[in-house]
Design a protein around this ligand. Structure first.
Ligand code: CUA
Length: 332
């Protein structure tokens, strides 16, 4: 009776710690629900075993401790076949159950329904970009998803290994140069969630963050439309320069009004003339140099080596278009 009482007390305390501390973020996808279920299934088993072990230890320490002046040996023990079979069979059953539950959850999470939205995810040091093939290759630096629709994220990396993680979606996936990886997300809660790179990928790793925004399907459709109109308008003005700006991921890190980008990892490109003045160089020359050799001039408040140095291999035509796009319309 005492042993059972101690066991129940330990189980109650452990259960309270498990339930009343918010260990996991609130799930925002169907996949996260399944991961949570596996987590709680395992936690339940762990609490039962933990309570049993702690109860037996506490009870034994108190009940069987040596009395003062008692120097005698304990009774000789020579194995217990029943106990040994039990402590082998029970864990075998539990581990098998955990394996089955996990396998079912993983298989369901990998399942891609026929009706789904595809988004191509591109990672590079140190920015994310998301392309929607269904919407004429619309490319943005924040991930936007319609509520309730399965989304297939097809992932590529331009340079090194990165890892895509939205804690509330309960899924994590590496992006590896040279191969395509994928995960399926079915958002089930409206909101804005952090997209975090969880693979140390260089000096800007900690800055490699953006947001995943889950919208109502109607709002999502409206957003796609307005985005496409904005692009159509900008391409009349910006032409190949804007295309180069988006396809090279500039919009993932920089704010630049003519491109409609609002990222803040790097300096605001609407202020290029001011930076050029501080660097003591003519605007066009300064812009070209900053693309080819980003560390030549570092604007105050920013750090060297965050912008990739890979743009020096841009085709000359693209580089010229980019410089024209960045310098045109600058007034200050
Ligand atoms: Cu990309 Cu860390």
């Amino acid at each position: 009776m005492r042993l059972v009482a101690v066991g129940l007390a330990v189980a109650a305390v452990t259960l309270a710690v498990a339930l009343f501390v918010p260990w996991l973020p609130t799930p925002a996808s169907k996949q996260a629900d399944r991961i949570d279920f596996v987590f709680w299934f395992v936690t339940g088993i762990c609490i039962a075993i933990f309570a049993l072990v702690v109860a037996v230890i506490l009870y034994s320490v108190v009940r069987f401790r040596a009395r003062p002046d008692d120097d005698s040996d304990g009774a000789p023990i020579h194995g217990n076949t029943t106990l040994e079979i039990a402590w082998t069979a029970v864990p075998a059953v539990l581990v098998t159950a955990i394996a089955i539950v996990s396998a079912v959850a993983l298989a369901e999470n990998d399942h891609l329904p026929k009706h789904h939205l595809r988004v191509n995810v591109l990672a590079q040091q140190f920015a994310w970009s998301f392309t929607y093939p269904k919407y004429q290759g619309l490319t943005i630096s924040q991930l936007r998803l319609p509520l309730g629709e399965a989304v297939q994220l097809k992932m590529h990396s331009k340079d090194v290994i990165h890892s895509f993680w939205v804690p509330q979606f309960g899924q994590k996936q590496d992006l590896v140069p040279g191969i395509t990886t994928q995960i399926v997300i079915t958002p089930k809660r409206l909101g804005t969630y952090p997209v975090v790179c969880t693979e140390l990928c260089g000096e800007g790793h900690a800055l490699m963050r953006t947001e995943a925004i889950v919208m109502r399907p109607k709002a999502f459709t409206a957003w796609v439309k307005s985005e496409q109109q904005a692009i159509a308008k900008a391409s009349q003005v910006g032409g190949p320069g804007l295309a180069a700006f988006n396809s090279n991921g500039c919009s993932g890190c920089h704010t630049f009004k003519p491109a409609g980008s609002k990222a803040t990892t790097g300096p605001d490109l609407d202020n290029l003339p001011a930076y050029a003045r501080r660097a003591g160089k003519p605007l066009a020359l300064f812009v070209r140099e900053s693309i080819i050799d980003p560390n030549a001039y570092i604007e105050k408040g920013y750090q060297p080596n965050i912008m990739p140095s890979t743009f020096k291999s841009l085709p000359k035509q693209q580089l010229d278009a980019l410089v024209r796009f960045l310098t045109a319309g600058q007034t200050k």
